[in-house]
Design a binder for this molecule. Structure first.
Ligand code: NCD
Length: 325
């Protein structure tokens, strides 16, 4: 595995399955009364968030604390300095403090790559979302959720998602979640279909390893998982569809549409959800929707990534005899 985690496309099948299997181990720690491992004691991790985040930031922090790392949170929004310069200055400050890993979210696509390859710092860099580019730990927690739900929790170890049909719906154009998921799901052997209005699909989509459809109703009956995406207005500078009502009618998931999905299939959402827009409250609150489960799984995945990038060769989890039985 590489020293940094910048893009889901950098992960081989074996890397990805190792992370998913390690996350299963980490998830067992969450079931204990004391949810803490000494693995990263004495290591310092900085969370560098230049863009808004609820789930991702809290989840990384929980993962770092559960592994006993020292955590520094840096939230920088709206710097007036040019992005390259401010990033370099910040990086050099972090380097001077001797950090072991930097978790970075940035509005500019490519910022984590720049940080990792600039020579400014020695630390491992983990991308927590950069512009419209990548969000690899989100794709990993989504794959973890799908493997548990669609392949089976116990049968899951060592397994990928071969032959599963995954549909990703909505604002693909602005979505780093969609890009990361297409890369990782392809690596794990799943068949991906993207559904969106033509205006919300990026140029060059035909080179992505997936199918494209404009017809949600035709795609639902053959989907094992349907991932709904938020329309990212903060990244839009023009009108991409006539009205919200029109968008919801064609690309939103409501109870009637969900009823057309196969038995045992799931509805996913990375959050934040805009209820009434891409998903109705009925669907969001149904048993099929894994949004909350995805958040819980995010902590296990981030523990696994941090452990594998920083933890060296020590075993992550030592199980007591009763747990092993
Ligand atoms: C997403 C993101 O920030 O890329 N959310 C997340 O990380 N859970 C998707 C979004 O903002 O809609």
């Amino acid at each position: 595995m590489q020293r940094h985690l910048i893009s889901a496309a950098d992960l081989t099948r074996d890397d990805a399955v190792l992370i998913l299997d390690t996350a299963e181990e980490m998830a067992r720690v969450a079931d204990r009364p004391i949810k803490k491992l000494p693995t990263l004691r004495g290591r310092t991790i900085v969370n560098l968030f230049f863009e808004d985040s609820t789930r991702t930031r809290i989840s990384f922090e929980a993962a770092e604390k559960r592994l006993s790392a020292d955590v520094i949170n840096f939230t920088a929004k709206g710097s007036s300095v040019s992005k390259g310069e401010s990033l370099k200055d910040t990086a050099q400050t972090l380097e001077a403090m001797g950090v072991d890993a930097v978790v970075i979210r940035h509005g500019a696509s490519g910022a984590p790559y720049r940080l990792a390859n600039s020579g400014w710092i020695d630390a491992a860099v983990i991308n927590a979302g950069d512009g419209t580019h990548q969000h690899p730990t989100q794709a990993l927690l989504d794959a973890f959720t799908m493997r548990r739900r669609l392949v089976g929790r116990d049968a899951g170890l060592g397994r990928d998602l071969a032959g599963k049909h995954i549909t990703i719906v909505g604002d693909i154009l602005h979505s780093r979640v969609a890009r990361s998921n297409v890369d990782l799901l392809h690596t794990l052997g799943a068949e991906v279909t993207l559904v969106a209005p033509p205006t919300l699909l990026p140029v060059g989509i035909e080179t992505w390893p997936c199918e494209v459809s404009y017809d949600l109703d035709a795609t639902l009956p053959k989907s094992d998982a349907v991932m709904m995406l938020r329309v990212q207005r903060e990244r839009m500078n023009a009108a991409f569809f006539p009205t919200e009502r029109e968008y919801s009618r064609r690309y939103g998931l409501d109870g009637d549409r969900m009823a057309r999905m196969p038995e045992g299939s799931i509805v996913m959402h990375p959050g934040p959800m805009v209820r009434g827009m891409e998903i109705t409250a009925e669907v969001a609150d149904s048993d099929r929707c894994t949004a909350i489960e995805q958040v819980a799984n995010g902590v296990s995945i981030r523990m696994a990534v941090l452990y594998l990038l920083l933890g060296g060769n020590e075993p992550a989890v030592t199980h007591t005899r009763t747990e092993e039985k």
